[in-house]
Structures are given as structure tokens and as C-alpha cells.
Design a protein around this ligand. Structure first.
Ligand SMILES: Nc1ncnc2c1ncn2[C@@H]1O[C@H](COP(=O)(O)OP(=O)(O)OP(=O)(O)O)[C@@H](O)[C@H]1O
Ligand SMILES: [Mg+2]
Length: 273
């Protein structure tokens, strides 16, 4: 009954870990039992974010919600085949151990790894943050350089396609719901923004994803990391940091709008299933 949400995009720095942390805290705050798996064991951004949160809660004497966090380490075995088998076992048994969680949120590295592919094949929902740039768009689909026409899917879309195929072949009911989320939307650059919007709309129906409105480019996302906080931790009477500007309030609405568009199953729906 556990719903698996994978934050993925082979493009580095697109906002996976930032979005993962906000999704985790949103789900915790709505009373769900949540597990977080960081598959980027080199950068460990999500793990570091949660370590900062723990330190903040301890030093400031604040009560903050936390996810369960099992470690799934990459294999150190030399043989590629044996390493893959070990990683498959590690991730599968970690997921089996989280059967009592409502949600498992998996943050993938910005690279094509065996563990990342495996996580995608376990996903009920994939969230792909995408910087508003045609350099990042290139990992989803190729555009004809002269006409700007869509030529066909590219590396990351093919990976999601394969994950969908693997899931169907394994007989797991329900497909993978794929949501692409534009990130770091600029308040200026209107032409690029509109052109990206048109191309993404066009692509979404062709390769089967839904489009979320996304997050604006806001310095608050970077400022919150050292405290381990998210926008959803701010603003209440007991909040460690106040929501001080219109930009913060708008950013919080962006997070809520992402959660709404994910259309995640409610607890009673999961129990009925
Ligand atoms: N909406 C935003 N506005 C401003 N800065 C942002 C926003 N989203 C993310 N960032 C910043 O962009 C950088 C990359 O974000 P993040 O680490 O979440 O990306 P990632 O996809 O997880 O990267 P990687 O592929 O390296 O794991 C970080 O410095 C983060 O603070
Ligand atoms: Mg990351």
C-alpha cells in the first residue's frame, strides 16, 4: 500500500533534492508516515538537508517532523553484474522494510545509475524538476535545430519509458504517473519561458507526462538548506523563521500547488485498495 514517489532527472542541479525535501515535509505535515531514501550517496544533499534539520531542532529546542531514513548504499563489488544484483537486493529489501509507511520519497542522483533506474521502475509517481532551459529540455526530447520541431524522445524520457515497460511486465497494477515540474522560473525572460511552456505542452501529450506549474527562482530555497527547513515550516506563531515577504508566501503556494497536482492517494483510498 506504500506509494513510492521518485524525484528524478539525469540532468544535475535541476532541483530534485530541494523538491524532495519539500514533498517529504508536506506529507509529514499532513500526518503521513514517510520514508526518505537518498540514492545520491556521493553528494548526499537530501541526507545533509535532514541532518541540518535535526541539528536545528536540537539547538533551537523545536519539535519538527522527520521521515524514516534507511540507507541504500551503492555496491562496492568490482564485478558489474554482481554489483547490480547486490544493489537490486538492497533497494528491494529496504522497500519491503518500509511497508508500514504511507509514502516513500526517493531522491535520485543527476546521473544514470543502476539504483536510479531501479527506483524509477518501483515508482508510482515520478516527479522531474526541470530548469527552464533548452539545455535541460534536451534530456527529455530532441528538437530540430533549424525548425524547432520535436524530433523524438531523448535519454531521460527513454529511461522513464523503460521503467514503465518493466513495471507492466512485472504485472504491477497501475501505471507510473509522471509529472514534470518547471523549476527556477524567471520573473523576466518572458520569451524563453513562453517557448519552453509551448514545447513542454506539446511533448507532454506525446510522451505521457503531466505538467506542474513549478517553482520560481527564489533565494529562499537556498537559504533554508543550512537550517534544514522548508517553506512549509515557516509562518505559524511558533515558526522558527517568519514568512517575511510576498515572495515567501507565493513560494509556499507553489509547493502546495505541486502537492495538489500530484493527486497522491489519500489514506482511506490506500486502505480500500
Ligand atoms: N526554485 C529555486 N530557486 C532558487 N534556487 C533553487 C531552486 N531550486 C533549487 N535551487 C538551488 O539550485 C541548486 C540545485 O538544487 P538541488 O540540489 O535541489 O538540485 P538536484 O537536482 O538535486 O542536483 P543534483 O543533480 O546535483 O543532485 C541548489 O543550490 C538549490 O538550492
Ligand atoms: Mg540532488
Amino acid at each position: 500500500m506504500t506509494h513510492v514517489i521518485v524525484l528524478g532527472n539525469e540532468k544535475g542541479g535541476s532541483g530534485k533534492s530541494t523538491a524532495a525535501m519539500h514533498v517529504i515535509v508536506a506529507l509529514l505535515k499532513s500526518g503521513h508516515k514517510v520514508a526518505a531514501i537518498d540514492l545520491d550517496m556521493r553528494q548526499r544533499s537530501l541526507s545533509r538537508y535532514l541532518e541540518n534539520r535535526k541539528k536545528f531542532a536540537e539547538t533551537k529546542g523545536k519539535v519538527l517532523p522527520f521521515p524514516v531514513m534507511p540507507e541504500v548504499l551503492p555496491s562496492t563489488i568490482d564485478s558489474r553484474e554482481a554489483a547490480r544484483e547486490e544493489e537490486t537486493r538492497n533497494l528491494t529489501s529496504a522497500l519491503q522494510g518500509l511497508a508500514d509507511c504511507d509514502f516513500v520519497v526517493i531522491d535520485c542522483p543527476g546521473a544514470d545509475t543502476h539504483l536510479s533506474r531501479l527506483a524509477h521502475a518501483h515508482a508510482d509517481t515520478i516527479v522531474t524538476p526541470l530548469n527552464d532551459s533548452f539545455v535541460d529540455f534536451d534530456l527529455l526530447a530532441r528538437l530540430d535545430s533549424e525548425t524547432g520541431q520535436l524530433m523524438g524522445p531523448s535519454l531521460y524520457s527513454e529511461m522513464v519509458w523503460n521503467a514503465r515497460k518493466r513495471r507492466a511486465m512485472a504485472g504491477i497494477p497501475g501505471g507510473i504517473d509522471w509529472v514534470v515540474m518547471r523549476n527556477r522560473l524567471s520573473a523576466t525572460q518572458a520569451r524563453n519561458k513562453a517557448e519552453m511552456g509551448r514545447k513542454l505542452e506539446d511533448l507532454s501529450s506525446r510522451i505521457g507526462f503531466r505538467l506542474a506549474r513549478g517553482f520560481g527562482d527564489r533565494v529562499i530555497y537556498r537559504e533554508l538548506f543550512p537550517m534544514g527547513l522548508t517553506l512549509l515550516d515557516l509562518g505559524g506563531p511558533d515558526a522558527p523563521v517568519k514568512l517575511s515577504t510576498m515572495s515567501h508566501v507565493t513560494a509556499r503556494l507553489e509547493i502546495r500547488s505541486l502537492i495538489a497536482i500530484l493527486k497522491l492517494p489519500q489514506r482511506d483510498q490506500r486502505e480500500a485498495a
